[in-house]
Design a binder for this molecule. Structure first.
Ligand code: GTR
Length: 403
């Protein structure tokens, strides 16, 4: 009876997008404050679905319901890559309707005794840029730079040796290989595969490019669950900047991701929008009209109308561990706003009896990583560095029981 009441009122709240009363719980605008929810049951039955609905309808857009045929083909496997430290494996993800496969690059620790935990994240400029390893197949569609393919150009962002020596697999794919990072009116790549008869662009509440990237991370997860070398219960999804926004959305929408990590994700990622420090909802939609769904434009210079701020996105990951990181010189991403979102999502973790953040923003290089909500501020610029990865490995070790 109680459940019927909850579902009826929830359906109403979803349809109308307005406040509703469930017992003594009011589902209304949550704003940019700490999320105060009464119980795990209320969170899971009422608030989480309503908040998820908001992010789906108004921010990132709905991912498609429809299925598309996907097959995975192991292209090659080298048992002694990186001077014998790693197994390198490349897998083609063939998406029916697309001419170009998505290339998944994996490095696994050599001599693992069983399935290993993994970090899965997209890269900006091609698989071949994450390490100088000459055997990496260049990602199709990756932007071309002088001296292409610039092997290893992003290796400071991908300390592969450190990660595999820590006992983790690295799994990556290129963003442009999934959905090119420019506004083409969604004429290419995955969006058209799901258009209804006569449809030529996503509807106002349907996915943009961040949604497509997050969807592709779930499709890689579909492969990982079938790969016996991977412990698919221990996959952390990670991303830097626009790909950090993507990692949070992937973590929110797919509960198979055991940890979600946002590195300098800023506006539309971890940072609270209401503050308008650095990049704003207006600026990001002007600069990158393809990232979010059209409905998000309603909130340009109108942040107080947001049903819930970005702390809601982080809370959607609960009770799974989440980690947010910032950099001191990255004011464009609003480090304090990123911290506050993690802090304001923490009460939801506490409902589960888990430790969130409770204290003021820490000084640089003072990671807060003992609970289920991790945070650090690194000295330096907008980037993902070895220091950041060391914190992520440390956090994952703690939650995955490694070492
Ligand atoms: C900037 C953008 C940010 C962030 C960043 C990046 O141009 O304003 O939202 O995503 O790019 O991805 O490096």
């Amino acid at each position: 009876m109680k459940h019927n009441l909850i579902s009826t009122i929830f359906a109403l709240a979803c349809t109308l997008g307005v406040s509703a009363q469930v017992g003594n719980v009011t589902v209304s605008q949550y704003g940019s404050e700490p999320l105060k929810i009464g119980s795990v049951e209320e969170w899971e039955q009422v608030h989480r679905p309503v908040i998820m609905n908001f992010f789906e309808q108004e921010v990132y857009g709905l991912m498609p319901d429809g299925q598309v045929g996907i097959t995975y083909e192991v292209l090659n496997e080298c048992p002694n890559a990186l001077g014998g430290k790693a197994i390198r494996k490349e897998v083609a993800m063939h998406i029916a309707g697309l001419d170009t496969p998505v290339l998944i690059l994996m490095y696994l620790p050599a001599n693992a005794k069983g399935p290993v935990p993994a970090f899965l994240g997209m890269n900006f400029k091609g698989n071949h840029q994450i390490n100088p390893d000459p055997a990496i197949t260049p990602s199709p569609n990756a932007p071309v730079y002088k001296g292409d393919p610039e092997r290893g150009a992003a290796s400071s962002r991908w300390p592969v040796e450190f990660i595999v020596e820590s006992g983790y697999a690295v799994v990556t794919l290129n963003r442009d290989n999934v959905d090119p990072d420019f506004d083409d009116g969604f004429q290419n790549s995955v969006h058209p595969l799901f258009y209804a008869e006569g449809q030529t662009a996503p509807k106002a509440n349907e996915w943009g490019t961040i949604g497509a990237w997050a969807w592709s991370l779930s499709r890689v997860m579909d492969y990982l669950v079938s790969d016996k070398a991977i412990d698919s219960n221990k996959v952390a999804v990670v991303g830097h900047s626009r790909l950090g926004k993507t990692a949070l959305w992937a973590g929110a929408t797919d509960k198979r991701f055991a940890i979600a990590i946002s590195n300098d994700s800023g506006c539309g990622g971890a940072a609270l929008s209401i503050r308008k420090v650095g990049e704003s909802v207006d600026v990001i939609n002007r600069s990158f009209p393809h990232w979010f769904c059209d409905n998000y434009n309603k909130y340009r210079n109108n942040e107080s109308a947001l049903f819930v701020d970005q702390q809601g996105l982080i809370a959607l990951i609960a009770p799974r561990p989440v980690y947010v990181a910032s950099a001191t010189l990255d004011q464009w991403a609003d480090p304090e706003g990123e911290y506050l979102s993690a802090l304001y999502a923490s009460p939801v973790y506490e409902l589960y009896g888990l430790q969130g953040l409770t204290t003021p923003m820490p000084a640089p290089e003072q990671p807060m990583n003992s609970g289920h909500v991790g945070y650090h501020l690194r000295t330096g610029r907008h980037d993902i560095t070895l220091y950041d990865w060391q914190q992520y490995v440390d956090f994952a070790n703690r939650h995955f029981g490694v070492k």
